[in-house]
Design a protein around this ligand. Sequence first.
Ligand SMILES: [Zn+2]
Length: 240
Amino acid sequence: MVEKYTPKYPLVWQKENFFIKIFCSIPNIATGILLTADDKKFIIDPGDGILRDLNQEIDSKEILDITEMFISHGHHDHVGGVWSLLTYLSVMKKTSPLNIYYPKGCIEIESIYKAFMQVYGRELSYEITLNEIDNEKSFRKDRVTVTPFEVDHKEAAEEDKEAVAVPSLGYKFEFNGKSICYGGDTAYCENLVKMAADSDLAIIEAGAESDEPSELHMTMSQAIEIGKTAKEYFLVHVPE
Ligand SMILES: [Zn+2]
């Protein structure tokens, strides 16, 4: 039996000019992460509250300069802030383009985008590009190397029905010889084991409700086992 642990948000990690701040990661409520590499800023899993948290953290000009958004999967606690963030960027007259990366088959992001364009598309001050990810190829964003990797997340189903797989990704970010591995939501899976190992920071979910291995989330002991293979780790998405 592993002792109950509740992360104290925000969780912050910094190595020189490589910086990550996890404003929040509470199952069924919200996630929200800001990654900074030099003056480049990435948003990861903008759940509800992301606008408030970003505005407390950086000034509006810096928010308007954000050009990359990474989505691990479409559950509401990971995408709940997308609509308000896109709207804010339009109201504030963002001009630089915005890239949204998300797993292939994530209908939540495609639906939010479609509805958003229907409402605001005609007078939108900036361009949005949807980047559906269906492979694990690394790509560069300025001086940051991003490697998406498939993880194994499912959705609880009604009794007697099988849990349904949800298109889900983790992302590894490398900059200046340091690496951060964010696993998103996942059950214990080999891909995460491989990507977390030797990372400078691993951000690992421990979302299972009990110590029983589950298809939806990891138990605390599974998450710790993976976390310990990295130089440092944060446990997130822990039920409160
Ligand atoms: Zn989820």
